[in-house]
Ligand binder design. Sequence first.
Ligand code: ZN
Length: 243
Amino acid sequence: MRILVISDLHANLTALEAVLADAGTVDATWCLGDVIGYGPDPNDVVERVRAIPNLTCVLGNHDVAVLGQMDDAVFNTEARRSLLWQKKALSDGNKGYLESLPQETLVIDQVTMAHGSPRDPVWEYVLNTLVARLNFESFETDYCFVGHSHIQCLFQLDLKKDRVSLEVPHVGQVLRLTPRAILNPGSVGQPRDRDPRAAYAIFDPDAQTWEPRRITYDIPAVQKRIRAAGLPEKHAARLVEGW
Ligand code: ZN
């Protein structure tokens, strides 16, 4: 069984199309939120996501903000400018679709899904072993899949030594999973781990494997649309840097 795990699409249709094509045939797709925010294609990306068969999706902080369920002031100036633009651009139908998605964690078999962290699903970043350690107490399944940091990585809890380690797996490496772990597939639409390629992962619950993957996409085409929409230059420039 192949499950495509994606997160932080951020209204980047070109990156999303590249990921869906590269992933090939999958049995299900799990999306960890931030479908919109930053990028130039909010409607196209929501519509493409809606068309994915066997999709399970939770909301991220940008999605919640665009729905007007969060004070925009919590975002920095550039992110806020982009959010206001997306609020106007997003159709009522696509807003309604996002409104139908959960803001809480979801559990499917041995996996808990959250945008940020199991302890604070919308906002908390799991960026270091201390935060990861505290979060292992907030979910009961073998694994927790999170997004939000835009960094492809995993936090492994060694049950014998009672220690948490941070691992950055090599792309293309198929990892054999051992309970318990917090795993991040990276960001489709705005990677921030110095690798500009779109990031995602393939989870196989039968084989108990996790395969972090990257795929190149046409970044200049996306930058052109960001600039044409009058969105902040920073959001165009950072795509090339992968930061
Ligand atoms: Zn994000």
